[in-house]
Design a protein around this ligand. Structure first.
Ligand code: NCD
Ligand code: ZN
Length: 355
């Protein structure tokens, strides 16, 4: 056994979440505390209805998030804009210069939840990408094509070939994050694409493969986009996350939907994992004998890529003898939202620590 495998108590910097859906209204109020209790900062996804497309929209959304924050929590929402074919490069520049806008999100039209206003013709946004490279703000991509003839399990690999590689080549200075990478192809692309390309990895894609969704009955709470792939891809994600590689970091993609909107004939895509992500990650990293790499993945690599300082606060992670008893759902405005079930008992817990 390596020393890392025997560790049962250690201190790391407070983590950040580099891909989070907080929604709005009652849902925002219900889910925000589950992120703000654990994370220092989060990149806030802009796919509201209607989406966050202008700096003015982002400013107003940030104010609503801060107004919903529980007393005593310190959490910084890092705002993003939803790229459309009519995004104004001048607005982007002003938003970035003011410090409000930390990234822009590219959704291919129709790729996922609330992506109807997304981009259909990628060349239409080239002027914005040029401006983004100039002001050095990262492009976050939902990396799936939406062509009806492409199998859903191949959509990430085809996106890399048809869309991401050409953007990478054309805009050499642009920082790009491949969001929620789910394939070995994606991991290989990011590794080979140089210092200005990174990827976020979700908690659930480190834990489930596609069998979790389909074997023994359909399990809608494991359905998200990009959909979980076959086992070899999960193993590639685990290897990337636990390797300490500087260009892979945590983006939970915690994406709450009412239970009734998931358990129905056409269930929504999204897994709500903000409440137990840190516990799950400690379990995964221990299984891989890589607890010594957990801080890089959830607290160091993300801020380094974004050019921000790591959090100063620390948390202490420690392993209990008995499994944690956690709720399996939260309530949001009269609806239940089911919390991600990793399928194994969780022994790791944590508390705020003084370094
Ligand atoms: C996200 C959502 O619900 O907003 N769903 C998901 O399955 N991940 C959208 C997204 O990030 O694709
Ligand atoms: Zn997402």
């Amino acid at each position: 056994m390596s020393p890392a495998e025997k560790t049962t108590d250690f201190i790391v910097r407070r983590p950040d979440d580099w891909h989070l859906h907080l929604r709005d209204g009652e849902m925002l109020k219900a889910v925000l505390p589950h992120s703000s209790a654990h994370f220092g900062r989060a990149i806030i996804m802009p796919n509201l209805v209607p989406p966050v497309v202008t700096v003015a929209n982002a400013k107003a959304y940030r104010a609503r998030i801060l107004a919903a924050m529980p007393a005593g929590h310190s959490f910084e929402p890092l705002m993003t804009l939803y790229l459309t074919e009519s995004t104004d490069p001048a607005d982007v520049k002003a938003g970035v210069k003011s410090g409000l806008i930390k990234a822009l999100k590219l959704y291919p039209a129709g790729a996922t939840t609330n992506s109807d206003s997304g981009v259909r013709n990628i060349e239409a946004i080239y002027p914005v990408l040029e401006k983004m490279a100039e002001v050095d703000v990262p492009l976050l991509v939902h990396g799936e094509v939406t062509d009806a003839d492409i199998d859903i399990f191949d959509r990430e690999a085809v996106f890399i070939e048809r869309v991401l590689s050409p953007i990478r080549e054309r805009f050499a200075d642009l920082r790009i994050v491949m969001e929620h990478v789910t394939t070995e192809d994606g991991v290989d692309f990011v590794k080979g694409a140089g210092a200005r390309t990174a990827a976020t990895i979700t908690t659930h894609h480190l834990i489930i493969n596609r069998n979790a969704i389909l074997v023994g009955g359909i399990k809608p709470h494991y359905y998200c986009l990009p959909v979980a792939k076959r086992e070899k891809h999960r193993l590639a994600l685990r290897a990337a996350a636990t390797s300490g590689h500087a260009r892979f970091f945590l983006g939970t993609d915690s994406a709450p939907h009412a239970k009734s909107a998931k358990e129905c004939a056409c269930g929504c895509a999204g897994v709500f994992n903000a409440a137990n992500t840190v516990n799950c990650l400690a379990h995964v990293f221990e299984q891989e004998g890589a607890l010594d790499k957990l801080e890089a993945f959830m607290s160091l690599n993300g801020p380094a890529f974004y050019g921000l300082p790591a959090n100063e606060e620390r948390i202490r992670l420690f392993k209990g003898d008995a499994p944690l008893v956690l709720d399996d759902k939260i309530t949001a405005g009269g609806d239940d939202v089911v919390i991600f079930d990793p399928g194994f008992p969780l022994f790791w817990r944590y508390e705020t620590a003084n370094a």
